[in-house]
Design a protein around this ligand. Structure first.
Ligand code: ZN
Length: 183
């Protein structure tokens, strides 16, 4: 991620300099350099996606696990993507999109149960009520009293979705392992 950020920054610097440069030959050189770095960034993101997906698939196959991806609402995804001037986030989110597509394709190929699902961190996994932040990062349900760390709530949802998925696919060989990919 650090290297990607560095690449992004260098590319925007080059783009800005090229836009200001009056001399055509010098401008061309700057543009070429930026293009070169852009294709490096593209290859870099593709490489990271390949590695990460490979690792997740390997773990899922070893543990006979289902893969549940915690997705974002389409709307917040767009907002995130557009609300960032530098474009760093846009490339990161594009990479996440690639990752999801590749993960889904490979899961299908290996016959691993795969599910994309919005996993809530503010909805009570016990009774479905809206939870409140009791203290920093700790959520509490005002209805049934259930309380847990904010990061654990999506995991509980993932587990629940996992059992639902098992029932749907009827694959009793799959154990209770869960691989959770949070975006
Ligand atoms: Zn509750």
């Amino acid at each position: 991620m650090r290297e990607l950020r560095r690449l992004h920054e260098e590319i925007s610097r080059l783009d800005e300099r090229a836009a200001r440069e009056a001399d055509p030959a010098r401008r061309r050189r700057l543009e070429e350099r930026a293009r070169h770095l852009k294709s490096r960034r593209y290859r870099k993101i593709r490489g990271v996606v390949k590695d990460v997906v490979g690792e997740i698939i390997k773990l899922a196959r070893e543990h006979q696990a289902a893969i549940v991806v915690d997705t974002m609402e389409e709307e917040s995804y767009r907002e995130l993507k557009e609300g960032d001037g530098s474009g760093v986030r846009k490339h990161f989110l594009d990479g996440l999109g690639q990752l999801r597509r590749r993960l889904q394709a490979l899961a299908q190929w290996y016959g691993l149960p795969y599910l994309e699902e919005r996993l809530y961190s503010t909805v009570c996994p016990r009774c479905g009520a809206e939870m409140e932040e009791e203290r920093r990062r700790v959520m509490r349900c005002p209805v049934c009293g259930f309380s847990d760390h904010r990061d654990n709530v999506p995991l509980i949802w993932a587990k629940r979705r996992y059992w639902e998925l098992l029932q749907k696919t009827k694959q009793p060989a799959f154990s209770a392992s869960i691989l959770l990919l949070t975006s």
